[in-house]
Design a binder for this molecule. Structure first.
Ligand code: FE2
Length: 199
């Protein structure tokens, strides 16, 4: 089994890459062991493997979504103009983009320990919701992830040390609004198509 993942953005200076390489290796091992245990219906072995699969598969999914919703600063995709329909929905919900970003950052800073912040579309028609997930938990099955922000210490420590607030402020200069618009207009399968291409 090959478990590739989308490339990390070239300018992304964090230790996430090596962490997720390890995560992928652990996940492949756990998936192989799970397949073997399933063949012989070894129920205790299957149950024992599930936490490792949940954690490592979550890490694979979350980083795949995250890296593809980033783009270099000042690239065309970093312009909010790349997401006209999404911004209309943001304006309807929060009044303006600045207010939305403030609310999003408040949620990011409220995460205790490691986790992720997400803008999701609830169901097929909305509304938009800001959610956080703990550790490597993924967003809910009925939520379309539009973009996510890695709030594990390894994502910001090299560049910002303990400056989580500065990391959260600057993340807005590298959000790929073009990808965000595509995910907003698409379904859950569209948001996760990067995974189908990678596995
Ligand atoms: Fe990470």
């Amino acid at each position: 089994m090959l478990l590739n993942r989308p490339s990390r953005p070239p300018s992304w200076s964090c230790t996430t890459a090596s962490t997720t390489t390890l995560t992928s290796q652990t996940l492949i091992k756990a998936l192989h062991a799970h397949a073997e245990a399933t063949k012989v219906t070894d129920l205790p072995a299957i149950v024992a493997l599930e936490p490792a699969i949940k954690f490592n598969a979550g890490g694979h999914i979350n980083h795949s979504l995250f890296w593809t919703n980033l783009t270099p600063q000042k690239s065309p995709e970093a312009s909010p103009d790349s997401a006209p329909k999404l911004h209309e929905a943001i304006r309807q919900q929060w009044g303006d983009r600045k207010t939305f970003q403030q609310k999003f950052n408040e949620q990011l800073l409220g995460i205790q320990g490691s986790g992720w912040g997400w803008l999701v579309r609830q169901g097929t028609t909305g509304p938009l919701v800001i959610v956080t997930t703990k550790d490597q938990d993924i967003v809910g099955k009925d939520q379309v992830p539009i973009f996510g922000v890695d709030m594990w210490e390894h994502a910001y420590y090299l560049q910002y040390l303990n400056g989580k607030a500065a990391y959260d402020e600057n993340i807005w200069t590298v959000i790929n609004w073009k990808t965000a618009e595509e995910r907003y207009l698409g379904g859950n399968a569209d948001a996760f198509k990067v995974l189908k291409a990678a596995i």
